[in-house]
Write a protein that binds this ligand. Structure first.
Ligand SMILES: *[C@@H]1O[C@H](CO)[C@@H](O)[C@H](O)[C@H]1NC(C)=O
Ligand SMILES: *[C@@H]1O[C@H](CO)[C@@H](O)[C@H](O)[C@H]1NC(C)=O
Ligand SMILES: *[C@@H]1O[C@H](CO)[C@@H](O)[C@H](O)[C@H]1NC(C)=O
Ligand SMILES: *[C@@H]1O[C@H](CO)[C@@H](O)[C@H](O)[C@H]1NC(C)=O
Ligand SMILES: *[C@@H]1O[C@H](CO)[C@@H](O)[C@H](O)[C@H]1NC(C)=O
Ligand SMILES: *[C@@H]1O[C@H](CO)[C@@H](O)[C@H](O)[C@H]1NC(C)=O
Length: 126
């Protein structure tokens, strides 16, 4: 009985983890600086931001954002047949959970930065 209960709990955690690591939403352009991961990055680097929800629900996330394991991962955004990968360095507040951000260098692979957003992208954290 104990074994069965543990298995059900593990399956629930696996589903929760998978749900937090890919999605479909709007890509926004952001200007990097000193981010939540503790790195200082620039607009010409391929770096990414995820929502506060995605950042804090990542497996292993704790109180210290610098120590969040998500900071050792990349975000790949797919749109219109193109995939672009960038290092996760920050999170954004006040955006829907499924939205993701790219620095100008990475965003420009999809659209002019003056456009600000690209709707209906899909993404995966690897
Ligand atoms: C982001 O900044 C960190 C710390 O300066 C650096 O180690 C990392 O390589 C930068 N990322 C990219 C994609 O340039
Ligand atoms: C970010 O998410 C965390 C964990 O869900 C929450 O405690 C915190 O209040 C959120 N911060 C903002 C600014 O939304
Ligand atoms: C993230 O991307 C960089 C550059 O392509 C690569 O060197 C690194 O191994 C990737 N990290 C992960 C966790 O996939
Ligand atoms: C999608 O890609 C095609 C082929 O590269 C291009 O002609 C078209 O403008 C792109 N559409 C969007 C919305 O970026
Ligand atoms: C783009 O990424 C998606 C999701 O990871 C993958 O299924 C697809 O094969 C990739 N496409 C290319 C052209 O690399
Ligand atoms: C994004 O997807 C929604 C829902 O399918 C659709 O209504 C909307 O027109 C799409 N936007 C763009 C810019 O393709």
């Amino acid at each position: 009985m104990k074994t069965a209960a543990t298995s059900v709990l593990s399956l629930g955690l696996l589903i929760a983890s998978a749900a937090a690591q890919s999605g479909a939403g709007t890509l926004f352009n952001f200007v990097p600086g000193l981010g939540a991961c503790g790195f200082t990055n620039t607009s010409d680097q391929f770096v990414a931001s995820v929502s506060n929800t995605t950042f804090h629900s990542f497996p292993g996330a704790g109180a210290n954002p610098n120590a969040n394991p998500i900071c050792t991962h990349n975000l790949t955004v797919s749109f219109n047949g193109t995939n672009v990968t960038a290092q996760i360095v920050d999170f954004a507040v006040g955006v829907p959970a499924e939205n993701v951000g790219f620095s100008p260098a990475a965003f420009s692979e999809f659209a002019d930065t003056s456009q600000g957003i690209v709707q209906n992208v899909t993404w995966v954290i690897s």
